[in-house]
Write a protein that binds this ligand. Structure first.
Ligand code: ZN
Length: 331
């Protein structure tokens, strides 16, 4: 079978940077918000490990979505992994207090452009076809380079390309997915995994309790120490409760204030979502009242907001839906 190829760069250089640059203990966290740009590269791009990418070819995935829809779907799923996590009120195992969410944002870009949300601290993960520096791995990123629990300050320069998501390598597993939801899961598993590394998450020793559709978490690998089956990759995986606690310690929290509702048209974007058969992730959120992340077709570089829509769908946090199939049984 396929060798799981997520990898982490625990290089001596990265460790040196971690120890030597800018980390301070016990100081308040920056007031501004951290943004990750999911950069679907539009030309040759090189990350801090000199791994090169160029424009992705998604044809081998078999998507029925166009590129903006793939980008919007990936963004919605990443948002849901980090910002759609069930709160304590909705899930007694959750470390996330009611009314709070991680103090982090995500956007899509295509040419290493600055975020449109105005955040001054932002980093990129390059998403594209591998060109140089890595021929067999799915993704990479620097370990604990953006945030660490109880320490503040990144160990990499602001605006760095922290890692790469190699779409051509991930495409070798496209045969596992039979729906667009599963194809998005397959792609986003690597994106959220690698961003998780930059925020100090590591590979778990096996299954861990989590609110997702798999007993294995987003930080799992098919090799040791996790030994996750490849088939789990197409499920709507989540961070474990333990991993999410680390994210809270690393990133900090903010009020999960309501944000403007649908930003596309006047209709309910869930209609669009349902029409293309994608419905992402761990439903639930604040007291079970948060609506699911909704996927709509949007142009690149439009931030898909975490929606709080009037008249939200009330969904049990355990009612994890992956419409269109491909999600397998929920745990
Ligand atoms: Zn990893």
């Amino acid at each position: 079978m396929y060798l799981r190829s997520f990898w982490c760069r625990f290089s001596s250089a990265a460790i040196g940077l971690t120890l030597g640059v800018g980390l301070t203990v016990g100081t308040p966290r920056p007031g501004h918000t951290l943004t990750f740009e999911l950069d679907f590269v539009s030309g040759p791009t090189t990350d801090i490990f000199n791994v090169g990418t160029t424009t992705a070819n998604f044809a081998p995935y078999g998507f029925r979505l166009n590129l903006p829809e793939i980008q919007a779907g990936a963004l919605a799923a990443v948002n849901n992994d980090f910002l759609g996590y069930p709160t304590l009120g909705a899930n007694a195992n959750s470390p996330l207090p009611n009314g709070k969410q991680l103090n982090i944002n995500f956007e899509v870009s295509t040419a290493l452009t600055a975020p449109v949300n105005g955040d001054s601290e932002y980093y990129y993960v390059a998403i594209g076809t591998n060109t140089t520096g890595n021929s067999s791995l799915f993704g990479q990123a620097c370990q604990s380079c953006v945030r660490m629990p109880f320490l503040t300050g990144p160990s990499v320069p602001n605006h760095s390309v922290l890692g790469s998501i190699l779409t051509d390598r991930i495409a070798t597993l496209a045969g596992l997915a039979s729906t667009d939801a599963a194809r998005i899961n397959l792609l986003v598993e690597t994106i959220s995994h690698e961003i998780g590394h930059t925020l100090s998450l590591v590979h778990p020793p096996g299954p861990e309790a989590n609110p997702g559709a798999s007993i294995y978490t987003l930080m799992s690998v098919v090799t040791a120490p996790t030994n996750q089956p490849d088939s789990e990759r197409i499920k709507d995986q989540a961070f474990s409760y333990s991993e999410f606690g680390t994210l809270i310690d690393s990133v900090g929290l903010r009020d999960a204030a309501p944000v403007p509702g649908p930003i596309v048209g006047s209709g309910f974007p869930g209609m669009v979502l349902a029409a293309i058969g994608i419905f992402s992730h761990h439903l639930g959120g604040d007291g079970g009242r948060r609506s699911p992340e909704l996927l709509t077709a949007q142009p690149a570089h439009v931030r898909l907001r975490q929606p709080t829509i009037a008249g939200t769908i009330a969904v049990s946090p355990n009612a994890i839906a992956v419409l269109g199939g491909g999600g397998g049984s929920k745990n």
